[in-house]
Design a protein around this ligand. Structure first.
Ligand code: GUN
Length: 292
């Protein structure tokens, strides 16, 4: 069994990006500039955004954090989005999700200029990805595919089972892995809460991508020996022994599944660091006008 070290790969990629930024600056070009909009004080969102700001420093990017309280109106948020769309100094930006219930998330996402949508959430980017056109691919699916590439994991002709059908992970990763590309060329089965015989599908999988948000859902009896396991789960489980009061739990029963498989991602330190790093790659692409 080989552990897929997402932290190590992400550090390598950030170093590659930093080197490219140094070259850009030496050539007289501006530093890539990523902005993040954070509404309210959700613990998970605070952590993610702090990691994104730190990654910008590591890559040599400029970053701007725009904070609003949870009672911000949809109109105010749409104004911020408009300003970011029009600000030539901002190459790309994200609006951290989830947003408070009184705000229509989809309306905000659709107001983002697709050329600055480095999260790849705008329907234009989602649609372009699904037909294989240049676009911003959302960060978690892009990070997963990059891990498969960097670990030389063959995907062509393999059966990949995706657990979960979210717009952020399940649907886009299924779409990427079925594409005529490398990595890609998988036969993909997407399982969700209404799938009968889910365990049987998993047992036939060469690659399982677990993105359900249910700690320990994938157990050893669901895994074919030699399978590749990608765990996208990051559920916060209370743990008084930790300073933070919680620990991050993946969707895979790691202890019992790891001995069976050929490759597996740990939680934390697997997919998570790659997600942030893909956002940095997208921002560099945006600054270089390489997508649009
Ligand atoms: N919330 C959870 N993951 C993400 C992400 O990748 N981007 C944004 N904007 N919000 C999130």
């Amino acid at each position: 069994m080989e552990l897929i070290d997402g932290k190590k790969v992400a550090d390598q990629i950030k170093a590659e990006i930093a080197a490219e930024v140094t070259q850009r600056v030496a050539d007289g070009k501006k530093r890539p500039h990523l902005a993040a909009v954070l509404v309210g004080h959700d613990g998970g969102s605070e952590t993610y955004v702090a990691h994104k700001v730190k990654a910008c420093e590591q890559c040599g990017f400029d970053s701007t954090l725009i904070r609003r309280e949870a009672d911000v109106t949809e109109q105010e948020l749409l104004e911020i989005v408009k300003e970011l769309n029009e600000n030539p100094d901002i190459d790309g930006y994200i609006v951290q999700l989830p947003l408070p219930g009184h705000i229509d998330e989809q309306r905000i996402i659709e107001a983002i200029d697709p050329r600055k949508d480095v999260d790849g959430f705008h329907p234009v980017n989602v649609g372009r990805m699904s037909i294989g056109l240049p676009c911003f691919v959302s960060a978690t699916p892009a990070g997963i595919v990059e891990l498969l590439r960097r670990y030389g994991i063959e995907t062509r002709g393999k059966h990949c089972v995706v657990l979960g059908r979210s717009n952020i992970v399940g649907k886009p990763v299924a779409s990427l892995l079925m594409q005529k590309a490398a990595p890609g060329n998988c036969t993909v089965t997407v399982c969700h809460s209404a799938t009968p015989d889910l365990k049987d599908h998993c047992r036939r999988a060469d690659i399982i991508i677990a993105a359900l948000g249910q700690p320990g859902f994938v157990t050893a009896d669901m895994v074919k020996p030699g399978a590749v396991i990608i765990d996208v789960g990051t559920t916060r489980v209370p743990d008084p022994s930790k300073k933070s009061g919680f620990r991050l739990c993946g969707d895979v029963d790691f202890e019992n599944v790891a001995p069976l498989c050929s490759h597996i991602t740990p939680v934390p330190g697997g997919v998570g660091p790659m997600t942030i790093c893909s956002l940095m790659s997208n921002t560099l692409l945006a600054a270089s006008d390489k997508v649009y």
